[in-house]
Design a protein around this ligand. Sequence first.
Ligand SMILES: [Zn+2]
Length: 118
Amino acid sequence: MTNDAPPENKYPGYPKVFDRCPCCGSTERLMRSIAQEEASKGRVKEGFQTGLHVFQTAVRDPRVVKLAGSPVPAATVIVDVCTKCGTLFAVMIDRGEITLQADVRQAPQSPLYHRSGN
Ligand SMILES: [Zn+2]
């Protein structure tokens, strides 16, 4: 094992990788082709995964206080576009945890708070 190997995922079956366009079956997608060109020039490592957009969301209830540094469950989805038919689709779905950064809280916004003369 090298240091480049991804850490083992504790969620069985993840990450899920979708290699083909769900509409036309093509494996050609925009950001993959750009990443492959960049890898051939040595600007990124072979196998670098990227897409048009990376979504990452943590499952966090704002009513529950958590300390900075606490792990919370999170999901990551990478989306790319098929260069044959133009379909946007998820190319990778992953589960994991992210570490909370320092939390800056604001007072709840209430219409009463902004009234003048109160
Ligand atoms: Zn397609």
